[in-house]
Design a protein around this ligand. Structure first.
Ligand code: PLP
Length: 382
């Protein structure tokens, strides 16, 4: 049996951080109570865990008030909440050329007018080249790091420009949370959306929306229901986080995330990731018959690489990588067709390799050796 090498951490990280499954099991087997709906001891255990996770996330991402950390069913749900709750049909919205369908589809469904921020061929935004009627721009939504090319988008330059024009910024941190440090206040981010299950190494089915005070005050709830508070009223409570947290939260997920956050160390994660990025880039530098879009400079990317095998079918390469080398990848468009158009890999897509803090140098060597061996082939032995 081949030893498996998991290279699909951009889809969801594996393995999870130590203690995640134990914490989830403890909740399911020994706590099991809801929060805000009962007054017995186990409700307090759950309530305190949820509060502690809220506070840890607020501290980690520079959100001044933990009540502005909202738990959702995932990153996509957090993005939908921020988009549908702050925009109206026909609103003009700035986006990058690297957005995921989790951003593009809600904006399109809402009938927004989209203006793309100019970008370079690596997908890096060029806010300096943006020419638009600022009076009509309602909001900007931008990913922090591309899930296709790994490009880290220049949020500093973007946020500086947006501030000058008083345009709020929503950031999709799907590929950066846990990998890169990010401080909402420092970058003047109005809303920050992230999943628990990627770089934070928590469980699936849980996401977070962190908001500035002004954004939270203006946001309309889009999910309505019981909160365990102000039950006499047929309206959502005006206070946070209840206003945006209708229904029972994913408590096993929050317990799992609580254990994952004990290992939250973006500086150490980045140091390790940079070692792997350099290794991967250097091993494949100058290789023939493949193209790797995205920045060459390790400092300008995260550990997500798209490889385009120029003489082969990328889907078949992904299959052979699993069958013959035990390397697990993802092929196709990675839910980001516009990013592929920007990078010149549309419509055929790429084979994506993505790292986590658990990825080892040895695994990266084996992966680059396999890529080099396949790139030399004119036809695959399927
Ligand atoms: N945005 C980006 C950049 C992503 O990579 C992903 C997931 O791959 C999402 C949004 C959606 O996240 P989720 O599937 O966790 O809701």
């Amino acid at each position: 049996m081949l030893r498996e090498i998991y290279m699909d951490n951009a889809a969801t990280s594996f393995p999870k951080a130590p203690g995640v499954s134990d914490a989830m099991k403890r909740y399911l087997d020994a706590v099991g109570a809801n929060i805000g709906r009962g007054s017995y001891g186990r409700c307090t255990d759950a309530g305190m865990t949820v509060l502690n996770v809220r506070e840890s996330l607020a501290k980690a991402f520079g959100c001044a008030d933990a009540r502005r950390v909202i738990f959702t069913g995932g990153n996509t749900a957090a993005l939908n909440m921020a988009i549908f709750g702050s925009l109206h049909p026909g609103d003009t919205v700035l986006i990058s050329a690297m957005e995921h369908n989790a951003v593009l589809r809600p904006l399109t469904a809402l009938g927004c007018r989209l203006i793309r921020i100019p970008s370079d061929p690596d997908g890096q935004i060029r806010p300096d080249l943006l020419d638009c009627d600022w009076d009509s721009v309602r909001l900007c939504v931008c990913t922090h790091a591309s899930n296709v090319s790994g490009t880290i988008l220049d949020l500093a330059a973007l946020s500086e420009l947006l501030q000058r024009h008083d345009v709020p910024l929503i950031v999709d941190a799907a590929q950066s949370a846990g990998h890169l440090s990010l401080d909402m206040e420092q970058r003047h981010i109005a809303a920050l959306c992230m999943p628990a299950h990627k770089g934070l190494r928590g469980p699936q089915g849980l996401g977070m929306l962190l908001m500035s005070e002004a954004f939270a005050d203006a946001l309309r709830p889009t999910v309505f229901g019981g909160t365990g508070s102000q039950s006499h009223s047929d309206r959502m409570p005006p206070f946070l986080p209840d206003r945006f947290e209708a229904g029972t939260l994913n408590l096993p997920g929050i317990y799992g995330l609580s254990a994952a956050l004990e290992h939250y160390d973006p500086a150490a994660a980045r140091k390790h990731e940079l070692t792997l990025i350099r290794q991967f880039t250097e091993a494949l530098a100058g290789a023939e018959h493949i193209r790797i879009p995205g920045p060459r400079d390790p400092m300008r990317r995260v550990g997500v690489f798209s490889v385009d095998f120029l003489r082969l079918d990328n889907a078949e390469v992904s299959y052979v990588l699993e069958q013959q080398y035990g390397i697990l990848t993802r092929c196709g468009l990675h839910c980001a067709p516009e990013a592929h158009k920007t990078l010149g890999t549309y419509p055929h897509g790429t084979v994506r390799f993505s790292f986590s803090p658990a990825t080892t140098e040895d695994e990266v060597w084996q992966t680059t050796d396999a890529i080099l061996a396949l790139a030399k082939m004119e036809r695959l032995n399927l």
